[in-house]
Structures are given as C-alpha cells and as structure tokens.
Write a protein that binds this ligand. Structure first.
Ligand code: NAD
Length: 495
C-alpha cells in the first residue's frame, strides 16, 4: 500500500511562460520506488492543453528564430551555471522518483550539463558551407535554419539527462520546444523548468505538458509540430516513428536494448569484473546500455563466472539516498515482470546461480527491490535470452571462439551497445569492426557517448538516421538550405 507524503500535489504544466494546473480528470500517482510514498501526481493533460502549449511554442518561434545565435546561447550559459548550483537538489529528486543511487543521479545530471555546454557552441556548430566561383561569377552556399516547434518524448529511466540530449540543441538552433516527461518521473523536470525559467529564455520557447501516451500522440499528430525526438522502448519507438512519419514530421526514435558483453580468455578479469557488474546492475539494470548477456569465450568462463557471482551476491542494495550500490526498480509491476522473466528462464532450463528475488532489504519492505541475479545455461531458444529484462539480471553464456561470440552479438534483434573485454588489440579491433551495434565498448562496461558524440544505436534500438547529442542533434534540429547566387557584372554601378 502506498501513502502520500505531505503536500503531494499534481505537477504543473508550463507554457506561454507560465505555470498552469491541468484540468485533467485523471491523475497518476508518482511513487518513490524505494518506499512507495506518493511524491506527487501526474495529470494526464487534455488535448486542449497540448494544443495551447504547441501554439505558444509556435508563437514564440517567430522571434526566437530571428534572434542571433550568439544571443540564443546566453540563456544556456546561465542554465549551465544554475544546473551546477542546483545539482545536489536535482540529483536528490531523481533518486526520490526514479530510485537510482545518488552517485548515479549526479552522474546523470553531469551528462545533462555537458550537453548544455556542447550546445553553447552553436554559433560555430550550425555554420554552413560556402563554395566560391562554382561557375564563372556564381557562388553557392548552404545555411542551417531552425525547423519550428519540436516535441521531445522522454522515458522514465533518466528523468534528468535524456531531455538534454535534445532540448539545448533544439533551442540553440533557434527552435522552440514542447517536452513531455515520462508520466512516472515528472518531478525532476519541474525543478529543471524552474531553472530554465530563471535562465532567460523568452516565454514560449520551452514548454512542458505532462501526461502519457495520449499526450504523446497529440504532439506527434499536431500540425504545428515539425519534429519529434523520442526515447523509450522499441515497440513504442517503432510506432512513434511510423506515426510521426505519416504526419510528415522529421523524427528520431531511440529504442530498447539487450546488450551483450564479450569476455575473451585473455581479459584482465580482476579489472573487468567490477566494470561489468556496474554495467549489469548499476541503475538496477534500468539503463539502455546495461549489460544483459555476458558471452564468455573459452577459459574466461571459469574465472569470470566465479568473480561475477561474487560481485552480484555482495552488491549493497537499498534506498538510493543511503550508502548503497544499487536501488530499487521503478514499480511493483516492473519488479513482478522481472521476477516473472527469471522464473521463465528457470522453466526453460536455466540455473539461477545468484537469485535476487524476494530480498530482505533493511527498511525496504515497501520498495520494489530485486537484488542482482545471475542466470546460467539459459538456452538461446528461450525467449528470455532475447527479451529486454530492464532489471538487475545478467545471463552468462559460454562459447568457444570469438567468431561464435560475434555471431551471438549480431544475432539479436537489438543493436544498442556491445562491449568486449580483452588485452588483445587485434581482437578488439575486429570486434569494433564487426559488432553490428551503435555503441561499442572496448574494456568499457557502459559505452555511453559523451555529449559531443551522437548517442548512437542500430537495428531495433534506433529508428531514424540522426541521433541525439552533438553534431547529429544540430543536423536534426536544422534544415539545410542551399543558395546559388549570381551578381552579373553589368548590374554593378561604377564606383
Ligand atoms: P516507454 O516506451 O514505455 O515510454 C517512453 C515514453 O513514451 C513515455 O514518455 C511514455 O509516456 C510514452 N509512450 C508510451 N506509450 C506510447 C505510445 N503508444 N505512443 C506514444 N508515446 C508513448 O519507455 P520507458 O519504460 O519509459 O523507458 C524504458 C525504455 O526506454 C527501455 O526499453 C530502454 O531501453 C529505453 N531507453 C532507450 C534509450 C536509448 O538511447 N536507446 C535510452 C533510455 C531508455
């Protein structure tokens, strides 16, 4: 049973430069995953509210698009400073509503800030190209122009970071934004919005409408929305991609994952184990870059198997505000789903050699806790071997060659990330070249691109061509226009 903390209130929408209560009849409770306390409520905002937010973004765009890039980045510099000053409060809010540890929440906000920093370079990042004299007396050049109103749809697992893969670039490029946070974790963006408001963006440039699927669909189909950036599960990513395209929008959709980690027999197991444990169990496995399958080649199986079981069994799990290494998963439903998948793996013939189900966590009776879990001998015919678990579960698979490992890496439907652990440059180089994924880690457990690289993804993990972050984001949020220019000599006045 959940209980509400004092002052648990519905979160507010924000558009036209003002905070607004939603008229929605339906409110979803936002629960602390470690305690089940109700922290607030998400209104499932109405179509009229979505429309009002989009219209305020469209109205603001008329001036914002003509504001020089050097002026547009000034609020971003202030935002960077405000995010730094409020980092602890933001991290605490993320931990409260999402469950991850404070260290993880701080890390998430650091990457958000990095994206603001990179987007602040927009005066140079969005420069065009110029070719003089493409024919006698003719010059040709391209310029990058903003699109208009851009919609951002975010998932629950990085409430602070993921909107920043898009938002600072969209704004710096001269667009205006309507953001829909995940209905499960709307509180972090409320705090970020307070800072955005202080940063000095003109009213209407940044807008937030809270809600779930219906609000997302209103945004995707709204005639004044020009572009849609989505991050979430693959099934939804695929459908958002199709719907947005059908409505003529520019669209980028980052989806789910099932990330393999290959451990070669020459790997430095002592150093690799904590890194892989953090990849599989950090953020309670609720990272799109989390290791889900460990593919152990030949001799690697024995030593690594032993050390990862030990790492899993000893990971301190509890309330993310305390001195722990892992928090709860997002909801009781998510916990049951994950426990169900572990049971399914068992029925399909796997051994659960470290079993994190039904853990006893001090003061954690009401939380959605699962401790780290290791599954072994899971047949590849089991659907669990191909399903995104999105929980602290790692399955170990034994193969006898790097070829077999690569085949397994490339056989799954997803292509978000894959890592290899080895001391051989040659093997690493081959893996880098042949793994069919968007993000490759070489002796790295969570191959999360810095803000100045795209957050890549392939196959069922990504639908579109331009990703979030860095230059990809600049290209996504601008339309390239080509100009060919001739000024005949005979028109010139004689000076
Ligand atoms: P989700 O797909 O349930 O929801 C994501 C967003 O889509 C939310 O804002 C939700 O309200 C909205 N939504 C839900 N159903 C919709 C529909 N039918 N049409 C339009 N919008 C809809 O995802 P989640 O559970 O919040 O997040 C976890 C998932 O996100 C995992 O699969 C994870 O791998 C993925 N993820 C991917 C990346 C990446 O970069 N590839 C990053 C983070 C998370």
């Amino acid at each position: 049973m959940s209980h509400a903390v004092q002052n648990a209130k519905p979160v507010l929408n924000y558009y036209g430069g003002a905070w607004r209560s939603s008229q929605a009849g339906d409110l979803l409770p936002v629960c602390n995953p470690a305690t089940a306390e109700v922290l607030g409520y998400t209104p499932l905002s109405t179509p009229e509210e979505v429309d009002a937010a989009v219209r305020s973004a469209a109205a603001a765009w008329r001036d914002w698009r003509r504001t020089p890039a050097t002026e547009r980045v000034q609020p971003l510099f202030r935002l960077k400073q405000l995010l730094e000053e409020n980092l602890e409060e933001l991290a605490r809010t993320i931990t409260l509503e999402c469950g991850k540890t404070l260290v993880e929440s701080r890390g998430e906000m650091r990457r958000a800030i990095e994206n603001v920093e990179v987007a602040s370079g927009i005066p140079i990042l969005m420069q065009g190209n110029f070719s003089e004299e493409i024919a006698r007396g003719v010059d040709e050049f391209s310029i990058r122009q903003p699109l208009g109103v851009c919609a951002i749809l975010a998932p629950f697992n990085f409430p602070g970071m993921i909107p920043f893969w898009f938002l600072p670039y969209a704004l710096a490029c001269g667009n205006t934004v309507v953001l829909k946070p995940s209905e499960r974790v709307p509180l972090t963006m409320q705090k970020v919005l307070e800072l955005l408001e202080l940063s000095g963006f003109p009213p209407g440039c940044v807008n937030v409408v809270n809600g779930g699927k219906a609000v997302a669909e209103e945004l995707i189909s709204h005639p004044l929305v020009r572009a849609v950036s989505f991050v979430g599960s693959s099934a939804v990513a695929k459908s958002v991609y199709a719907k947005a395209a059908a409505h003529g929008k520019r669209v980028q959709c980052q989806g789910g994952a099932k990330n393999p980690i290959v451990v070669l027999p020459d790997a430095d197991v002592e150093n690799a184990t904590p890194v892989i444990a953090d990849s599989a169990f950090g953020c309670a496995g609720q990272r799109c870059l989390a290791a889900s399958l460990a593919i152990l080649v030949g001799e690697a199986a024995k030593e690594f198997g032993q050390s990862i079981r030990e790492a899993a069994a000893t990971r301190r799990t509890g309330n993310g505000l305390e001195d722990v290494q892992m928090g709860p998963v997002i909801s009781p439903e998510s916990r049951s789903r994950i426990e169900g998948l572990i049971a399914q793996a068992e029925r399909d013939g796997a051994q659960v050699t470290v079993d994190g189900r039904n853990p006893v966590i001090p003061r954690g009776e009401r939380g959605n806790f699962i401790r780290p879990t290791i599954i072994e001998d899971l047949p590849l015919t089991s659907s669990v071997a191909h399903t995104e678990i999105f929980g602290p579960v790692l399955s170990l698979h034994r193969v006898d060659s790097i070829e077999a490992a690569l085949e397994m890496v490339n056989s799954g439907a997803y292509g978000n990330a894959a890592s290899v652990f080895t001391t051989s440059g040659e093997a690493a180089r081959r893996f880098r070249s042949e793994a069919e994924v968007g993000n490759v880690g070489i002796n790295i457990g969570v191959a999360a691109p810095m803000a100045f690289f795209p957050f890549s993804g392939a196959r069922e993990s990504f639908f579109g061509d331009l990703h979030g972050q860095g230059r990809d984001a600049v290209r996504f949020f601008t339309q390239e226009k080509v100009v060919i220019e001739r000024w005949p000599k005979e028109w010139s006045r004689k000076f």
